[in-house]
Design a protein around this ligand. Sequence first.
Ligand code: PEP
Ligand code: MN
Length: 263
Amino acid sequence: MKDIKPLKSWDIVRDTPIAIAGPCSAETEEQLMETCRQIKENIDITMLRAGIWKPRTRPGSFEGVGEVGLQWFKNVKEELGMPITTEVANAEHVELALKYDVDVLWIGARSTVNPFTVQEIADALKGVDIPVIVKNPLNPDLALWMGAIERIYNAGITQVAALHRGFSSFEKTKYRNIPMWKLPIALKTELPNIPLLCDPSHIGGTRDLILPVSQKAMDLDYDGLMIEVHRNPEEAWSDASQQVTPQRLAEILNEVKIKKRKL
Ligand code: PEP
Ligand code: MN
C-alpha cells in the first residue's frame, strides 16, 4: 500500500486508502510508545490507534487503563508527530478525549448496538467537529449501523466514517466475526459519501487472516484499513491472537494490492 497520506480530512480518503494501526489496548506507556515507534520505523501509516476504555464481553478481563492513557497519547503524538484515535463509549469519555486533543474518535461495536449510548455520545459532540468512526453493531443489522451514523451526523459531525469489523455468531467459523460482505456493501450503496474502512483484525481473530481479509476489502474498494499491532503480540493483554508485529504490518500493507481508485 503506497502513498498513504496523513489524515487531515476524510476528503483525502477519496484518492488513497488510509491505514490506521496500533495496539488493541494501551497497556503501559512504554508498550504504547515502543509499539508506535516501531510502526513509524517500519511503514508510513495515516494514524495510530489504541483503546483505553475497553468494553469486554465477559467481566474479569482487562478493561483498559482509562484516563491516564490520554496523557500517554499526548506524549506519543509529541514524539512521533502522528494523529491518534481511541474508542469512546459514553459522554465522559468524549469530554476527556476532547480535553486531551485526541484527533479522531471511534464508537465500538458494543456501543453501536445501543441507540441511547450512541445518542449520549452524539449529544456530547454537539458544537465540536472531530472525525468519528462508527463500527458496525455486533449483530448484522444495517438499519442499526445507519442509525448510529445518522445520530452522529445529526449532531453536527461532518467527518463520519463507517468501519466494518464483522458480525458475531454462535456458529463456529474460521472468522472471529463473520464478514457478511454484502452488508457493508449495502451500507456503501445507501451512504456513498461516507468512507468505508475495514478492520481485518476483529473479523479474522487470528494473525494469518489479516492479509486475506485486507485484500478482500481492497478488492471491494474499501477506503482504508484499521489493523491491530503490538510490539509483542503473544503477550498482549487483549486480543493477543489477532495482533501482528510492526514488521508484519509493513509486510501486509506492502503486499496488499490496491485497485486504481475512481475519483
Ligand atoms: C477494538 O477495536 O479493540 C474493539 C474492541 O473493537 P470492536 O468494538 O470492534 O469489538
Ligand atoms: Mn481489539
